[in-house]
Design a protein around this ligand. Structure first.
Ligand SMILES: Cc1cc2nc3c(=O)[nH]c(=O)nc-3n(C[C@H](O)[C@H](O)[C@H](O)COP(=O)(O)OP(=O)(O)OC[C@H]3O[C@@H](n4cnc5c(N)ncnc54)[C@H](O)[C@@H]3O)c2cc1C
Length: 440
């Protein structure tokens, strides 16, 4: 095993989450040498446990699907939302998906992906923190702090391309000062924690004890309420519960008060309180993320690509985060490989990649944030994306856009693009996924 960080490489990746590890795998599989620096020791804690079936096409490309299947993560057949008291159920199988969504412990899931990248020959170094990247010379020079020893050692590495997959710390977007918080009336933060012995919502719309998981598949449960919305995601040994609420709700509260607020909210909310009636909160499991829905004005340039949460983050109501990390990684890797073959076209390649990435973020923001539209979203890009979607996938998105009151802008764009009308008959025949009863 190589322990010394090389002085140069072709592609340097910052961060080993799903975006960084999958970019690493794509590149090394295509013969590009990669060094990946990750500041934590894996497995590391991460939120974002509900995965939609779209991820499988990427894990297949990476050659890691079998390793994921072997983990026996919880398989989910869809989702149930209670939004403004209207109940919707989505079943992926109705939209042609033959593989399930998953509820994953992200520390385990992310480690599988990173170990896989290592096994394909990406050089991965943990406990190494990238500080900055100097783009003033022909090739980028990365400064890092190596924390593997008791003495923190500062080092430098030269590369031809940098991929910034540093997650919400968005290293390069901060360095270039291009990171914007989405201007929105919905100023949200998230507060989440874990419970033992929670009941869960089954595909049969009933509540079940966790011991029934092998008999009745679960769904992800999402509900709006006066402060915002919540998720309930059953995992193998515990359950993740999160509140996505207006920033004002936690103003001035310290850690202890935040925990009290969280527990009280969980115990009083309809449906959720039923699911948690026999559950125990896992002490010290409460976490908090204040910086919500942001994007970067520039994600790609001749010498760098920012991918995954390093490029943007959208309220996770439709669980697009990991899918987007995979997507960004796939197209950025293609772009880097093309640029390595034709360096004189690097700027053009980066600009095409930027366009694709902004397209998905625009789509995701228009679907997930009610009053987006103010900054950073291009309706034209969203239109061209949804026009190119396979029919069933588009129908799933249109049905999803009916589940909350967040997608008005998306619906407008879908009408303008002419896709809504094309699908509405079939769509309404399905009754929009609207159901009348939920017995928890
Ligand atoms: C509250 C909440 C709920 C969510 N729910 C969902 C969900 O249900 N489904 C879903 O798909 N997505 C969800 N997401 C989004 C999802 O978690 C992210 O989109 C996803 O983790 C992005 O992957 P990534 O690889 O870009 O970043 P990350 O997973 O954050 O990985 C970035 C890595 O970079 C490392 N790093 C950071 N800075 C440096 C540095 N300077 N040097 C070296 N390494 C560095 C970090 O240690 C980290 O390991 C949620 C997000 C939040 C905040």
């Amino acid at each position: 095993m190589i322990t010394e960080i090389p002085k140069q490489c072709t592609v340097l990746i910052i961060g080993g989450g799903p975006a960084g590890s999958s970019a690493g795998t794509h590149l090394v599989k295509n013969g590009v040498d990669v060094v990946l620096l990750e500041k934590e020791v894996f497995p590391r804690n991460q939120v974002g446990e509900s995965l939609i079936p779209h991820i499988w096409k990427y894990t297949d490309q990476l050659g890691v699907s079998e390793k994921i299947e072997q983990q026996n993560f919880i398989k989910k057949s869809g989702g149930i939302t209670v939004w403004n008291n209207k109940i919707h159920q989505i079943l992926f199988a109705k939209y042609g998906y033959t593989r399930p969504g998953l509820h994953v412990e992200r520390d385990v899931f992310d480690q599988i992906l990173l170990t896989h990248a290592q096994e394909q020959n990406a050089l991965v170094f943990h406990k190494v923190v990238v500080k900055k990247v100097d783009f003033s010379k022909d090739n980028p020079v990365i400064t890092y702090i190596d924390k593997r020893d008791t003495i923190n050692y500062e080092g430098k590495i030269n590369c031809r391309y940098v991929i910034d997959a540093s997650g919400h710390s968005s290293l390069l977007a901060h360095q270039f000062d291009v990171r914007e918080t989405v201007v929105s009336e919905l100023k949200f933060l998230s507060l989440w924690g874990y419970f033992n012995n929670s009941r869960y919502v089954g595909v049969d719309r009933q509540s079940h004890a966790i011991s029934e998981l092998s008999n009745v598949p679960p769904v992800t449960f999402v509900m709006s309420y006066e402060d915002g919305w919540l998720w309930h995601i059953v995992l193998r040994e515990k359950t993740s519960v999160g509140l996505v609420i207006h920033t004002d709700k936690l103003k001035g509260l310290d850690k202890v008060q935040r925990e009290a607020f969280f527990k009280q909210s969980c115990l009083k909310l309809p449906y959720l309180k039923e699911l948690l009636r026999d559950a125990q909160f896992i002490e010290n499991s409460l976490q908090f993320r204040p910086d919500y829905s942001y994007y970067s004005r520039k994600t790609c340039d001749k010498k760098y690509y920012c991918i995954g949460d390093a490029a943007g983050f959208v309220d996770p109501i439709f669980s697009h985060g990991v899918q987007n990390a995979f997507y960004n990684a796939a197209i950025a890797s293609l772009a880097v490989m093309q640029a390595l073959k034709t360096p004189e076209k690097s700027a053009r390649i980066a600009s095409l990649c930027e366009n694709r990435m902004q397209q998905f973020y625009s789509f995701s923001r228009s679907l997930s944030l009610g009053d987006y539209g103010i900054n950073g979203v291009s309706p034209e890009l969203v239109k061209s994306l949804i026009k190119s979607m396979p029919l069933l996938e588009l129908e799933l998105i249109l049905v999803a856009s009916e589940m909350t009151n967040r997608s008005e802008n998306f619906k407008k764009i879908a009408h303008q693009a002419g896709v809504w009308e094309r699908l509405s008959e079939q769509h309404y025949d399905n009754n929009n996924g609207c159901i009348s009863e939920l017995h928890l």
